[in-house]
Design a binder for this molecule. Structure first.
Ligand code: OOG
Ligand code: MG
Length: 261
């Protein structure tokens, strides 16, 4: 894909988000678009946002659980970037009028204490570099009509990411079996999703090891201080203004927000 096309597609997504108007997936017209093209567009899109003054604060991994792969009908994990203006605080309101058609999913977030570099890392290597684990939610807001996309489209669209929210309790992961933790997503007190930490590739650290492997091939690493969203444990569920959305995870505690206009 040439530079001009990469810029054109990034522009298209940038304006879809700015104007809150969904667009048709690129692969409808260009079925040969590849995941590599998608990452080039994503990088261009992130660059545009950083030119406007936002900062990278972490990475998100997606499509790492069976429930999410089945929901989106894409069976290959993807990643995207977390920027400082995507973060909302625990208990804060989330304005849905800024978004197109938001959905929420429960995740386990890692805050890295050390750099992580390498291919074929094991769970223990990853956990050795994690400073704390946190109960989190990701708000997805695909810029594509009806969340209808193929792998390269969503990669280009920063993996549908829109906002994320982390609980205030930072937990030392030593001696915690993340795979056994029970995760519940509730809207207005009604349970709408549940799962265990093991839903993410057997253990959320496996998803981070996979990401480290992808980055290592590009000569890059996961950096100390970065926030990593390890992937949805529950299906992503739509919500609307007025809803109170909460995730609770054994040991890690809870996190919530209220959706407002
Ligand atoms: C793609 C992003 C998936 C996850 O955690 O699985 C994702 C989508 O479902 O729109 O963030
Ligand atoms: Mg996610």
């Amino acid at each position: 894909m040439n530079r001009e096309d990469i810029k054109k597609y990034a522009d298209y997504l940038y304006h879809a988000e700015e104007s809150k108007k969904d667009v048709i997936r690129f692969t409808a017209a260009y079925p040969n678009l590849t995941a590599e093209d998608g990452y080039e567009i994503q990088n261009e899109l992130i660059k545009r946002k950083m030119d406007k003054g936002t900062r990278k604060i972490g990475l998100k991994i997606g499509l790492t659980s069976r429930v999410k792969m089945v929901q989106m009908n894409i069976h290959i994990p993807i990643y995207g970037h977390l920027l400082n203006d995507m973060r909302i605080e625990d208990g804060e309101d989330l304005s849905v009028s800024e978004l197109i058609h938001p959905r929420v999913e429960s995740e386990i977030a890692f805050i890295m204490g050390k750099d992580l570099y390498g291919e074929d890392l094991a769970v223990a290597d990853v956990m050795g570099a994690v400073d704390s684990v946190v109960c989190a939610m990701e708000i997805l807001d695909s810029r594509y009509t009806n969340f209808d996309f193929r792998l390269p489209d969503t990669v280009a669209d920063n993996a549908s990411s829109s906002r994320f929210i982390m609980g205030s309790k930072l937990v030392d992961p030593t001696d915690i079996q993340l795979e056994n933790l029970n995760v519940t997503l509730a809207i207005n007190g009604e349970r709408v999703g549940k799962g265990f930490g093991s839903a993410v590739m057997g253990h959320p650290a496996n998803s981070v090891a996979m990401l480290a492997g992808i980055l290592a091939k590009q000569g890059e690493k996961i950096e100390a201080g970065q926030i990593i969203l390890t992937g949805g444990i529950t299906k992503a569920i739509p919500f609307k203004s007025g809803d109170v959305v909460e995730t609770t995870i054994d040991i890690l505690g809870g996190v919530s927000f209220q959706a407002v206009c």
